[in-house]
Design a protein around this ligand. Structure first.
Ligand SMILES: [Zn+2]
Length: 397
């Protein structure tokens, strides 16, 4: 009875030896979670699809897990043996609740894997319109820029092409957008020129301790005297923005030195008692840098350089065109940013966000749309109101 037992034992021991020698090259590989593993698989697939077959973290080692990255970072790579990547769990979970969550979380993992598996360093060169030339933007971020990369649609394809084949990638067409006549095919619905003719029903005027709004100087002027940010909506607008639309305003902004932000918005609003909640697409100006996003996203995901400063002495025409699945942003009739829409926000809300201490001067305001008409609304519902602008910081990687 004893003898056969010993044989079984020896067989079992040799089987363990065989297994461990076989798997020795895998012992440095640990990805803590099936979701992260899916992104690793996807990264390797994207590499292989572009002819890069040399990446093998199972052999070279990788230790990746969710943890706590400090100082506002979404992910950190440590050059240890094996390479260690920490994905910030809090940031990841925050993003999953927003429309840009999937693309931003994917970008985070891919960016860290490019550090860890390809030894890519941060690279902050920009494309002709001022957005990142690679998906490896990072510290130190130049002043006025945000670390986020728009990682959706054709941009994602370009950034991956560039990552895996950096010498063979041409400047993408979306970085030199052209849109000759943004009003083509649309009907003019609002045509307010404060030096000539305008519909006073669109504009709330008056003064209280927080703001002063007038139209008697050949401009609409909104002076925000308060320490809050104000949304200044147009009212009684019939132009729906759920279809194709073009909106333009000739304006300039005077502001207190400390707060160089101004937002042109359009989207939808919901009444809830005393206040109205706004959900909008926005073009947000910080000096000559433009940040682009919408309220369904965690943070502004797009950016470009404006050819003109709306905080300067000159008036600037700022415009947004929505056409089919794309949005186009213009400064003085020059298209500077083209973006795919994956978040449709539709309504009849148009307006501005004027930051604390700033004064907005509008010379003219015009809207064209595809003819969709909605009902007039009561003017009382669209008074300027304090808005808690949640333009969140974008995380470093
Ligand atoms: Zn990085």
């Amino acid at each position: 009875m004893n003898k056969p037992r010993l044989t079984y034992l020896l067989t079992a021991i040799s089987a363990i030896f065989a297994l461990s020698s076989c798997e020795k090259e895998y012992t440095n590989y640990s990805v803590s979670n099936a979701t992260l593993q899916e992104y690793v698989d996807k990264f390797l697939e994207e590499a292989e699809a572009r002819g890069v077959k040399s990446l093998n973290p199972y052999k070279t080692g990788l230790n990746m897990y969710f943890g706590d990255c400090h100082e506002g970072a979404a992910g950190v790579t440590y050059y240890e043996n094996p390479i260690r990547i920490v994905i910030d769990e809090e940031t990841w979970n925050k993003y999953t609740n927003y429309a840009d969550g999937k693309s931003q979380n994917e970008h985070t993992v891919f960016h860290e894997l490019a550090h860890g598996l390809m030894y890519k360093k941060h690279y902050n060169d920009t494309l002709p319109n001022g957005e990142w030339a690679t998906m490896m933007a990072g510290d130190p971020i130049p002043s006025g820029f945000i670390p986020n990369t728009n990682f959706r649609g054709e941009r994602r394809t370009y950034y991956l092409d560039q990552l895996f084949n950096s010498s063979g990638t041409k400047t993408p067409s979306w970085a030199k957008p052209v849109f000759d006549d943004p009003t083509e095919g649309l009907t003019k619905m609002v045509d307010d020129d404060f030096s000539a003719e305008f519909d006073s029903k669109h504009w709330t005027t008056g003064e209280n301790s927080n703001f002063k709004a007038t139209t008697n100087t050949g401009e609409f002027v909104f002076q925000n005297k308060s320490t809050n940010n104000y949304i200044v909506p147009l009212k009684n607008i019939t132009a729906s923005n759920s279809g194709d639309v073009y909106v333009e305003a000739v304006l300039k902004v005077e502001m207190s030195q400390s707060n160089r932000t101004f937002i042109l918005e359009f989207g939808e609003e919901q009444d809830n008692g005393d206040n109205t909640t706004y959900t909008y697409h926005y073009a947000s100006f910080h000096g000559i840098r433009l940040r682009i996003g919408n309220m369904r996203c965690y943070a502004p995901y797009g950016q470009a350089t404006s050819p003109k400063n709306i905080f300067g002495n000159d008036y600037v025409k700022v415009a947004i065109r929505k056409k089919g699945d794309y949005m186009y942003y213009f400064i003085d009739d020059k298209c500077i940013y083209k973006d795919i829409i994956d978040t449709n926000i539709g309504g009849t809300s148009y307006g501005f966000i004027v930051y604390s201490g700033s004064t907005l001067h509008v010379k003219s305001y015009r809207i064209w749309n595809d003819g969709t008409v909605s009902q007039y609304r009561s003017s009382a519902e669209r008074m300027p109101q304090i808005i808690d602008v949640e333009e969140r910081e974008t995380p470093n990687k």
